[in-house]
Design a protein around this ligand. Structure first.
Ligand code: SF4
Length: 359
């Protein structure tokens, strides 16, 4: 198989007890069947301990029952008891992989690391050079798939175009995000209807606006109100996020935006992260527009969360990590947001562009 990954992927390794957060608290880890089989056959006192903490959640999944909202194997030192007792290879699949995410497209796969891990976020937001990607052959077997091969390869070209737009530093980050949205809007119905030749035609066009679009303050307020009230409806790992969202909604972005030119590349990396992670999954459901909106809405909300506390570099990265943990790592929040983006006109491309081009 061929596996594609961002070049920064190679630099990740879990910092365990030095981690300022932990992925072992705040949620229950689901144990996969293969690991459960191993744990059932672990004939040691530690095997007894594993079996004693297993329970079945409301979705019917077998989980390691949290104690005080922490994984029962998370030691006070921040180390993992399971890792110490049984080694990395015997962790369940979720713990072996996190924060790595992998998507299979038949004989190809794509791997990345999630911004919800502080160390991954630090690595992704570390250097200002444009993010690059590498492809390597792996020994994994191709996964069965029924994706349309022509659409898949055309979408690869479209994603390259999207990333080229986002990394075009001749333009401001706002202009780039808007051009990306415009491009996504143009090809979205073509993707849905498998019109690969027309997608290729659309790829060759220019999406940077020659003139700044007219700005409507009233429309901006209405759109922001809807976005932030939707975010406040989310299930939250940390309830203080609600207050942070309220402050972010009221923040005047203009003053902050003046300083953004010093670290525009951070938003570029953020957008490229979302595009790399989600754009190609349109080959499964034909819905490219929602993926593009997710990236743009994340840009809008994260920038305001950062502006509301006039964040320095370290805080900016922390805010991105927290956003990813609260939003991307909750299946119900992602579902809620995707539904809202599909149903509500507030999330229309014109409205998002209107907010972004206020500056
Ligand atoms: S959040 Fe990341 S760095 Fe922290 S313990 Fe988990 S994998 Fe390791």
């Amino acid at each position: 198989m061929k596996n594609t990954f961002p070049s920064y992927y190679k630099y990740f390794s879990c910092i365990a007890d030095r981690c300022p957060d932990t992925c072992c608290a705040g949620w229950a880890v689901v144990a996969d069947d293969e690991s459960l089989e191993k744990y059932r056959n672990t004939d040691t006192p530690f095997g007894d301990k594993i079996r004693s903490v297993l329970s079945v959640d409301e979705d019917g999944d077998t989980i390691f029952t949290p104690v005080n909202n922490r994984c029962p194997f998370l030691l006070e030192s921040g180390l993992c008891e399971m890792y110490i007792e049984l080694g990395h290879e015997n962790l369940c699949r979720t713990c072996r992989q996190f924060p790595r995410h992998i998507t299979y497209f038949g004989a190809r796969s794509e791997t990345g690391i999630s911004l919800s891990c502080p160390e991954a976020a630090r690595i992704i937001m570390h250097g200002s050079d444009p993010i690059t990607f590498e492809t390597e052959n792996t020994l994994d077997f191709p996964q069965p798939t029924d994706i349309d091969a022509e659409l898949y390869f055309t979408l690869l070209e479209a994603r390259k175009k999207a990333i080229d737009i986002l990394q075009n530093r001749e333009f401001t980050i706002e202009a780039r995000v808007c051009a990306f949205l415009d491009f996504s809007r143009r090809i979205s119905p073509l993707v849905r209807h498998y019109k690969c030749n027309e997608i290729r035609d659309a790829i060759s066009a220019d999406y940077f606006a020659k003139e700044k679009p007219p700005f409507s303050r009233r429309r901006k307020s209405g759109t922001l109100k809807k976005i932030f009230s939707d975010f406040r409806e989310f299930e939250m790992l940390d309830i203080s996020w609600k207050d942070a969202l309220s402050s972010a909604e009221k923040t005047d972005i203009i003053g902050y935006a003046e300083t953004v030119s010093d670290f525009e590349w951070e938003y570029e990396h953020l957008m490229v992260y979302f595009v790399f992670r989600y754009f190609m999954t349109a080959v499964f459901d034909g819905d490219l527009l929602t993926k593009a909106k997710l990236a743009a809405v994340s840009f809008i909300v994260i920038q305001r969360l950062q502006a509301s506390v006039n964040a320095d570099k370290e805080t900016r990265t922390k805010i991105i990590q927290r956003y990813s943990k609260e939003v991307e790592h909750s299946a119900s929040n992602m579902e809620f947001l995707k539904t809202a983006m599909k149903k509500s006109r507030c999330y229309g491309i014109e409205n998002l562009i209107n907010i972004i081009m206020e500056k």
